[in-house]
Design a protein around this ligand. Structure first.
Ligand SMILES: [Zn+2]
Length: 683
């Protein structure tokens, strides 16, 4: 062990023992009914009988977990995200119903919203239309007699969002982010992860059997397969997907930007000679694209060989199946129900289907997000909201810079470069400056499936046109009413839609420790993504370039390795540990985000709190309560196999375990469960 890696542990120990007065333990007031509403909300959800140093999640969320029931139409429910999105869904419903009832009382987009929603709600019309709008695609698949002919059809399917064989998206070039290129990557599996095909355990084996039964049911329903040949054909589809899964890399292998960028441009045919790439590009209106990267040439080469080695009739069946699979929720009700029974109930554990109005609200929200968002911000993000959010972000960024000089492991030159990167970062708050123009989107009253296809084509046309052109920095990747946020490494920008800048994440009327603990931590989290195991490989302009001094990089990697190892010891489900590599960036962002937000709050000098907690304690409780959650076991399994975020409970436990500021706030003794010996100080 080097001397430098010993230092953080020493600093942490000193901070606890030297001159700092011991904070009082939290005490729940005997009568909370006379407290302000925000203080009641805090105490209502705390389990005051739990020791915060033994299990902080239980302390902060135990009351909530006890009094909350997982809604039957959700596989997971979170105190913050889900409560806001539920509220938003009710609001969207009222908006869309009004648009449907009074189409003449607004502009063309108002009419589109109402028509699209009504068409979705009209299940009788769905049954009448059947799968007719898919017939053209099914005919094309029938007619594609060999791989060359099939290539163009794959392009047509990709254009309407059907996930077959491989995937592609238009994004900045990793070396020249000012140019938009086509990035191609592994894709085309129906189950949530390759592990679902390959894992040798009983649960997965049962799920695979259920999956094949679901294919038989659906293809028979569509008249594609018969009772006689359905089973055999579903088996061969499953065998093909399994072969594809074997070729795919595990998700964590796709996290390193230096390993998933391989410009091939017009040399793609040399990597995969089996496919007619010109026909594929033309099929998805991408004939103009000159700049193409594949995530892994070897994987693509193997996919090409698999296609050539597979009976062509099987490839056609796989395409037919994928077409029905990805459109099932838009088809007559029986298809949507069957889809739910397998992909939601069996795979995620969700017990009941969401009411149709919710599904239709989500569909319209996905198709015309900015038209809804425009109305949303008028109601929920007016007045000073934008300025308040910008001030918070400014505080967080300042705290990040101030904290760099305390880092024992980073040299001055690299520190200055990190400050440069922070200073170049662009913030997007609330909603876009310019709204999307939907005038080219055709919507009809009796064509739910066709409306959805039109919306995907509309979106696709916009995206594909960007390829091989200069990057437009004004775009938003989330609609304003979404309860989420993102950091984009190629643009070095953060975006916080209006949807997340709401209570319980943010409320100007409560102590600032609560706002910094909740939304401030989210902002710090996104900022830290610019400096996590992945983001740290992008320079201030978004180029993948090593801007670190070699020694600093080495120490940084020791620390990211420490975080991966630490989280990898958690077992949310017995026998299934967290994948420390896959979740590394999110875990680093959680720890760094909470710490930087804590510093930012300290710098405000605002010590207001709620009775029974010190300001510091309130900060950490507010952070943790953002992640109180309930989830089905099936959902947890899926999350751990496919999601780069650790399960919510462990996001809380892992973060506070790694923060000396937390240990001090609750006076946790060395070696207590929330203050383990393994400390990995990064940001
Ligand atoms: Zn994140």
């Amino acid at each position: 062990m080097t001397q430098s890696s010993l230092r953080p542990a020493l600093i942490a120990a000193l901070a606890i023992s030297c001159g700092e007065k011991v904070p009082p333990a939290p005490v729940k007031p005997a009568d909370i009914s006379s407290l302000p509403a925000y203080a009641q909300d805090i105490w209502k959800d705390v389990d005051a009988s739990a020791n915060p140093c033994d299990n902080f999640y239980q302390f902060a969320c135990g009351g909530w977990v006890e009094r909350t029931e997982l809604p039957a139409d959700r596989p997971r429910w979170t105190r913050s995200f889900s409560e806001i999105s539920e509220r938003n869904e009710e609001w969207v419903k009222a908006l869309l119903e009004a648009a449907a009832e009074t189409p003449d009382q607004g502009d063309e987009d108002w009419k589109r919203l109402g028509t699209m929603y009504s068409a979705c709600m009209d299940t009788d019309a769905l049954d009448t239309v059947g799968i007719a709008p898919l017939q053209g695609y099914l005919d094309q698949i029938d007619g594609a007699a060999d791989l060359t002919a099939m290539s163009g059809v794959v392009g047509q399917l990709h254009k309407i969002g059907i996930d077959v064989f491989w995937g592609g998206f238009v994004e900045g070039d990793f070396v020249d982010p000012g140019l938009q290129i086509l990035h191609m990557g592994q894709s085309g599996l129906s189950l949530p992860d390759r592990d679902y095909y390959l894992a040798d355990d009983e649960t997965k084996a049962q799920l695979r059997a259920d999956y094949v039964a679901h294919i038989v049911k659906t293809l028979t329903m569509a008249g594609i397969a018969s009772e006689e040949d359905g089973q055999a054909r579903a088996d061969t589809i499953m065998a093909f997907e399994t072969a594809l899964a074997e070729i795919h890399q595990p998700r964590e292998a796709l996290r390193d930007p230096t390993k998933i960028y391989n410009r091939v441009d017009d040399k793609l045919p040399e990597v995969v000679p089996e496919v007619d790439w010109k026909a594929w590009l033309a099929g998805m209106d991408g004939a103009h694209i000159e700049h193409i990267s594949v995530d892994n040439k070897e994987v693509f080469g193997k996919v090409g060989k698999l296609l050539a080695a597979t009976d062509h009739a099987v490839l056609q069946d796989y395409m037919r199946w994928a077409l029905i699979r990805d459109t099932a929720p838009l088809l007559p009700v029986a298809y949507g129900d069957a889809h739910f029974e397998f992909f939601s109930k069996k795979v995620t554990g969700q017990e009941e289907q969401s009411p149709r109005w919710k599904r239709c609200g989500r569909m319209v929200g996905g198709a015309m997000g900015e038209a809804i968002g425009r109305k949303y911000i008028g109601e929920f993000f007016a007045g000073e909201s934008k300025d308040t959010a910008l001030k918070l972000i400014g505080d967080i960024q300042n705290a990040f810079e101030a904290g760099l000089s305390d880092l024992s492991w980073m040299d001055d030159v690299t520190q200055q470069r990190a400050i440069d990167k922070k200073n170049t970062l662009v913030n997007k708050i609330g909603y876009p400056d310019e709204w999307k123009n939907y005038s080219a989107l055709e919507v009809t009253a009796d064509g739910h499936l066709q409306n959805a296809i039109n919306a995907t084509l509309f979106e696709h046309a916009e995206v594909i046109a960007r390829a091989s052109k200069a990057t437009d920095r004004s775009l938003w990747l989330m609609p304003p009413h979404m309860v989420n946020a993102y950091y984009h490494p190629l643009l070095n920008e953060m975006a916080f839609p209006a949807g997340i800048l709401q209570p319980p994440f943010f409320d100007a009327e409560r102590p600032s420790a609560m706002n910094y603990g909740a939304i401030g931590m989210v902002m710090g989290h996104e900022l830290t993504h610019g400096f996590d195991d992945q983001g740290s490989q992008f320079d201030p302009e978004g180029k993948v370039r090593d801007w670190w001094a070699p020694e600093a990089r080495e120490r940084f990697e020791e620390r990211t390795g420490c975080v991966a190892d630490f989280y990898g010891k958690y077992e949310p489900i017995e026998g299934t540990p967290i994948n420390g590599q896959l979740t590394n960036g999110e875990n680093i962002a959680d720890i760094g985000g909470a710490r930087v937000s804590y510093r930012a709050w300290k710098a405000t000098g605002d010590t207001a709190t709620v009775p029974g907690l010190t300001g510091d304690q309130l900060f950490f409780v507010s952070f943790a309560q953002g992640w109180c959650s309930l989830a089905k076991d099936e959902y947890l399994q899926m999350q751990m196999a496919s999601d780069p975020h650790s399960p919510a409970e462990y996001r809380v436990l892992g973060t506070v375990s790694q923060l000396p500021e937390f240990h001090q706030a609750f006076n946790c003794a060395e070696g207590s469960p929330m203050r383990p010996a393994q400390q990995c100080e990064i940001w």
